[in-house]
Design a protein around this ligand. Sequence first.
Ligand SMILES: [Cu+2]
Length: 338
Amino acid sequence: METSDSHLFSPRSTRTSQLFGILEKLHLLFFAALVLFPQLLLAQWNATIGAQSDDLGRQALAFLPNEIWIHAGESITWTMATNEAHTVTFLTSGQIRPPFTVECPGFSASSATFDGSTCATSGLLFQGDKFTVVFPVAGNFKLVCLVHSDMTGTIHVLDPSQSLPHDQAFYDHEAQRERADLLRVEGAEVMNHHHLENSVAAGHGEIVATGGGSGSLSVMRFSDPGITVHTGDTVEWTNDDPTTSHTVTFGPEPQDLVDPSSNVVVDADGARHGVLNSPSDAVHSGFIQPAPQDRTGLAQAPSGVTRFRVTFSKPGIYSYVCSLHDVLGMKGSVVVLP
Ligand SMILES: [Cu+2]
């Protein structure tokens, strides 16, 4: 073995100078290529996910900006700006949208490549997280968040021979403009405009569109978080948000947040209804949410369950939370007087 291998190695000095020679040629070739094909200087683009008010109550559920033109071979890095979680997801054309817990399936840790043939997604991203996607081939690709159904965008990947309409400074400015637009949408201050006795808005929201897709402003608050009623009264919570689910949860949060607790009945008008006899009793609304958007060619979805009622049979202070958004401060209490 020793004899047969030894002839493969030239003296060290010869090898080093050969190596330098090759590197020098590659170096020259690289610069020649850059002069002839400037698009080889691949740009790295940046965008933001979400925006929020200082008290976390107003959440812009949006890609900022939500429409970007890049060259094939380039990448975009998204940075998370909110406490509310999001995903960066590219499904394939016609793919059934999976739940975010299943991913698309499978997910990438910090970066992915998407060419339209296989889905690519991040896991749940939280404030400060970054996720990079490389786009090797031209095409127009829809960007979605698996957590929020009206949070979409479009990435136009052009052949390097085409010129790009905008630079990074434009997108930074556009992100700021869209952020300001969303956070300015009237929220908590209009949540009581249809104020009925013993009624509380459980969230309020509006969907805002651009040419690239849509986003929403969701107010993660109860409109009257310290309502006072009398023994025997019934309080009604209504979710006014067109896209975001909420819950009204008294007592410990159950394992299953989607379905109501077993002590909840359904009223004749479809609203869910519970009775509490003591501030230590538990009742959970399940998701109260609007119906999803209907689409031609798909089975019609039933109306949403947007209301939850609780009748209070004993005086006391009853605390509750939205079990989806309590970390953002979505909490309230009902003061029941004799
Ligand atoms: Cu909520």
